[in-house]
Design a protein around this ligand. Structure first.
Ligand SMILES: Cc1ncc(COP(=O)(O)O)c(C=O)c1O
Length: 365
């Protein structure tokens, strides 16, 4: 079917751009001798994880236990859970995943480690873990200089096997150009080196990753595992920080102009429930509005209601269709059940977003 015949709004996935992005990152990692364990929360789809696996990814980083479970069930392990599991129910579930599959945990406190160790022992399971270090995002993680001390405290706990360190330089998303990205990556590298110094030895697993810093991380000799996620789709944030060009962006929203209430003001049929309200997860002064209309760099999507958006632009017309690169494609992807895959101006297939947040039927009895 031609794009012109598709209903709007619709979330499109350009397969040519997607495949190029998947190949590009896989080849960056393999030529640098790094394992690629991409973050799957970007696309939340086992079909896309399979494409990444076919290109060379030999493990996956997951943002939720649902993602861990789905990938293990699909035979796509090993998986690593990006955040410390906590609370009785999540711990029991984590231990049961460890009893039946290869899941690596990330920890940043002795309390969380002790609770996980107890749950593992109770389930008769063992699991590998890494210590999260803070490389500049100031979210999770111990200061790099505290890594050795936490490792030594956790090492007495049964059920847990230390394999290394993990970090995510998410502070890079305040970057507004390639120079800022390099500065964030330099800080990330120094944090990794400091954590290794505090351990007193180089562990077998040193994992880090973000899409903008990936080319630099490939050159960090200590790094063994890379965890970029957004690279499969790219988005307007990556255009702003100099990582992507418009043509690299694989995920777009197809929308129709439905009204022209005043000169230069247009209403489109894509709102917050399609594009997402994300203006850069970690704050970026250069992100204005809610996406970039392809071929109309000066247009501004200035506000979004639930189902419609307000665009300041010249030269649009009621009934006209536009394609929008979202600010943050990971958030937009979570707002659809299906990617409509396109090649050129043809819609050619559908991919289910089968591990979408909160879309699993909950168990209540
Ligand atoms: C812990 C962690 N690792 C890796 C990534 C991947 O980063 P990016 O999407 O910039 O490639 C993320 C993304 O938010 C993350 O939270």
């Amino acid at each position: 079917m031609k794009l012109s015949q598709l209903k709007t709004p619709m979330i499109l996935l350009d397969l040519d751009a997607l495949e190029k992005n998947i190949r590009g990152c896989a080849s960056l990692c393999s030529s640098a001798g790094k394992h690629l364990w991409p973050m799957v929360k970007t696309h939340k789809s086992t079909a896309l994880a399979r494409m990444q696996r076919a290109a060379g990814a030999d493990g996956f980083l997951c943002g939720t236990l649902d993602e861990c479970e789905a990938l293990l069930n699909a035979g796509l392990g090993p998986v690593m859970y990006a955040y410390p599991p906590a609370g009785e129910v999540n711990l029991r579930r984590s231990a049961s995943l460890a009893a039946s599959g290869h899941i690596v945990f990330r920890l940043d406190s002795f309390e969380a480690a002790r609770a996980l160790s107890d749950a593992l022992v109770q389930a008769g399971a063992e699991a590998e873990y890494t210590i999260i270090i803070d490389s500049g995002l100031h979210r999770l993680g111990v200061p790099p200089c505290g890594c050795g001390e936490l490792y030594r405290r956790i090492s007495v706990l049964p059920g847990l096997k230390f394999i290394g360190i993990s970090t995510h330089p998410g502070h890079v998303y305040s970057a507004i150009n390639a120079e800022d990205v390099k500065i964030a990556a330099a800080g990330e590298h120094e944090a990794i080196r400091e954590a290794i110094r505090s351990l007193g030895f180089t562990p077998p697993h040193v994992g880090t990753g973000s899409t903008p810093t990936a080319p630099m991380e490939a050159d960090f000799p200590e790094v063994t595992h890379m965890h970029p996620g957004n690279y499969v789709f790219m988005d307007r944030n990556q255009i702003i920080n100099g990582t992507a060009l418009e043509g690299d962006c694989a995920l777009t929203v197809l929308a129709t102009v439905i009204s022209n209430p005043a000169p230069g003001l247009y209403i489109i049929d894509a709102g917050a429930k399609c594009l997402g309200l994300d203006q850069g997860g970690h704050g970026n002064s250069a992100v204005k509005g809610f996406g970039r209309i392809i071929g109309m760099e000066d247009a501004v999507i200035e506000s979004l209601s639930e189902e419609v958006g307000k665009v300041r632009a010249e030269g649009l017309g009621v009934g006209q269709r536009i394609r929008i690169i979202p600010n943050h494609s990971c958030s937009t992807a979570n707002l659809t059940g299906w990617y409509t895959c396109i090649r050129g101006d043809e819609a050619v297939s559908l991919i289910e977003v089968d591990i979408r947040g909160n879309s699993n039927k909950p168990v209540i009895d």
